[in-house]
Design a protein around this ligand. Structure first.
Ligand SMILES: [Ca+2]
Ligand SMILES: [Ca+2]
Ligand SMILES: [Ca+2]
Length: 155
């Protein structure tokens, strides 16, 4: 039956949303960037890696909620201003993915001289990226290939 198969597909996805052959999970809980990265891996995925304008626009549609902010899988913590994705691929295209004058590696008047090394998407910024302090707790977007293990890992 169509309905039964639709229901079972939904249950298999466990809240992961399909788009262009991948699955995406928008968390409700908040963690720092490192713990967010690890949480996505535990669930069989990774912090989202945004390779195309289509993918960015799909995510933008989920970020249009007041005060919502999601970590994405982009960091320059290894080398300042050398941004790379969690799969170690370089972020060398789509510089227009950044919002306005971001990334600005803000140091909060010297309080945090290490600067901002982790990227997030926040409402009210046209789905563009900003750098932020990695120790801040935010929601996260995980991405995964479609497979059936999403439910079995504490999702
Ligand atoms: Ca992706
Ligand atoms: Ca930085
Ligand atoms: Ca910033």
């Amino acid at each position: 039956m169509v309905l039964e198969s639709q229901l079972s597909a939904l249950q298999e996805n466990c809240g992961w949303e399909p788009f262009n052959g991948k699955l995406y999970l928008f968390s409700t809980d908040e963690k720092n960037w490192t713990d967010s990265r690890d949480a996505c891996v535990t669930m069989g995925g990774h912090l989202v890696i945004i390779e195309s304008e289509d993918e960015r626009i799909f995510l933008q549609g989920h970020v249009n909620v007041d005060d919502i902010s999601y970590w994405i899988g982009l960091t320059d913590s290894v080398e300042e201003d050398n941004w790379s994705w969690v799969d170690n691929t370089a972020f060398n295209s789509h510089s227009d993915f950044w919002y306005d004058k971001e990334p600005d590696n803000w140091i909060e008047d010297g309080k945090h001289p290490e600067g901002e090394d982790c990227a997030h998407m926040k409402d009210g910024h046209n789905g563009r990226f900003m750098d932020a302090f990695c120790f801040h707790n935010k929601k996260r977007i995980c991405e995964s290939k479609a497979h059936s293990s999403q439910c079995s890992h504490g999702g």
